[in-house]
Write a protein that binds this ligand. Structure first.
Ligand SMILES: Cc1cc2nc3c(=O)[nH]c(=O)nc-3n(C[C@H](O)[C@H](O)[C@H](O)COP(=O)(O)OP(=O)(O)OC[C@H]3O[C@@H](n4cnc5c(N)ncnc54)[C@H](O)[C@@H]3O)c2cc1C
Length: 385
């Protein structure tokens, strides 16, 4: 019997993790990415390895996914993580009132935490606002998104996967009521080609709706943009979060020699055409200074905006939509051989991959189990070997 062939569209964290999972289960895998690896949302996000703290009060399903995956990624890809922890800090009475709910949320979601004295928090973070009223330490961290994807893909390639970047899917090929392949253009050669597949996985994040439309199906993915502002100095050792429900400008993530303030949230029609509103940048700098006042002495190194692939829910504001993920087997929409995985976070990419790979294997009659929880990834450096 020939090995089934799965085409994965999208070389962000979701597609990369899915390639690893399916290759490890022995399937023939091809990844198609229209740009460089991680050139979509993954390569321009906040780089926070979520502890789940941000969601533990209002979105506990997502918080539990985050802490579980945080612990797994520490085991399988230590090379691409900075395990610096995070602080949730109270700056006013409203934040202080939130603290009890936050601690209860950490307990409910099994997020390890330490309620530390303010004096200790200021020792750990000398630039933190000295008016801080309370601080809780959690196992946040920071990842390098490009290397994270390369680690998944280098391991997938070691297990036989073919990775084609600069290769865009322009059409889905259908036979009757099934997707049986894709038409592509390879931008390095200018050549077009048709590739056959037993199953096509749509892992295109905020572009998932566009790819699904090629098969005439709808996925409820709402591209929801957020702005981040990078300053030219690293102002914090740990991730600094506002101790309150998620809101604009409530987090400063250290990334190498810089700090990144984020973020906002608004719906966009086209993830390729996001204009950064000037007032969002000003707001990030203003709110960032509430957490770390000396940000006023830094210079802005860059501003960026990308779109989250949020799963749309009727009558729910984008700040309130769960950050969890969903997998759609389009057989239920009348189209077989085609599956979409979307939503979630880079932190939960491995879990997303497990879920979609379980569905792919069930559809193909493959019994191999997921082994990505315990399989260390090879170095991202091997991607280019
Ligand atoms: C402002 C912001 C901050 C965030 N911060 C964090 C954070 O700190 N931590 C965290 O864990 N998560 C964070 N997230 C969420 C996280 O970035 C996303 O959930 C994740 O990157 C989605 O990955 P993906 O692979 O599904 O999508 P993407 O990374 O967008 O990958 C999809 C890929 O598909 C490709 N593609 C599209 N169309 C085609 C086609 N026709 N042919 C071939 N390829 C195609 C695109 O080029 C793209 O590379 C943040 C999101 C936003 C918006």
């Amino acid at each position: 019997m020939t090995t089934p062939h799965v085409i994965i569209i999208g070389g962000g964290s979701t597609g990369a993790a899915t390639a690893h999972d399916l290759a490890l289960r022995g399937l023939r895998v091809t990844v198609l990415e229209r740009g460089e690896i991680a050139s979509g949302t993954t390569g321009r996000n906040h780089c926070l390895l979520h502890s789940g703290g941000r969601y533990c009060v209002k979105d506990q399903e997502s918080a539990i996914e985050c802490i579980d995956e945080n612990m797994i990624l520490r085991r399988i890809m230590p090379e691409v993580l900075e395990l610096n922890d995070g602080l949730f800090v109270a700056l006013n009475e409203d934040d202080l009132a939130f603290k009890e709910k936050f601690l209860a949320g950490c307990e409910a979601c099994h997020i390890p935490y330490r309620d530390i004295p303010v004096k200790r928090a200021l020792e750990l973070e000398p630039f933190l606002n000295p008016k801080v009223l309370a601080a809780v330490q959690v196992p946040d961290g920071v990842f390098e998104p490009f290397r994270l994807c390369l680690s998944f893909l280098a391991t997938a390639r070691k297990n036989g996967a073919v990775i084609r970047n600069y290769t865009e899917v322009t059409e889905l090929v259908c036979s009757g009521q099934s997707v049986t392949g894709v038409k592509i253009i390879d931008y390095r050669t200018g050549k077009t080609e048709t590739l056959g597949a037993d199953i096509v996985v749509n892992a295109t994040g905020p572009w998932a709706g566009e790819i699904a439309a090629m098969a005439g199906v709808d996925v409820p993915v709402a591209p929801t943009a957020g702005v981040m502002v990078t300053v030219n100095r690293r102002m914090n050792n740990m991730v600094i979060n506002r101790l309150n429900k998620p809101s604009d400008g409530d987090i400063v993530v250290p990334q190498r020699l810089t700090s990144i303030i984020g973020t906002t949230s608004w719906s966009v029609l086209d993830p390729d055409l996001i204009e950064i509103p000037k007032d969002h940048i000003e707001k990030m700098i203003e709110k960032g200074q509430e957490l770390i006042p000396d940000i006023r002495y830094t210079q802005t190194r860059g501003t960026m905006a990308v779109a989250r692939p949020l799963i749309r829910k009727a009558n729910v504001d984008e700040r309130e939509v769960s950050r969890t993920f969903e997998c759609f087997d389009h057989k239920h929409d009348g189209i077989d051989g085609f599956v979409t995985i979307s939503g979630g976070k880079t932190t939960t990419a491995r879990a997303m991959a497990e879920k979609v790979s379980d569905i792919v294997c069930a559809k193909l009659g493959v019994t191999a189990e997921c082994r990505t929880r315990e399989t260390p990834l090879v170095s991202y450096r091997l991607f280019y070997n």
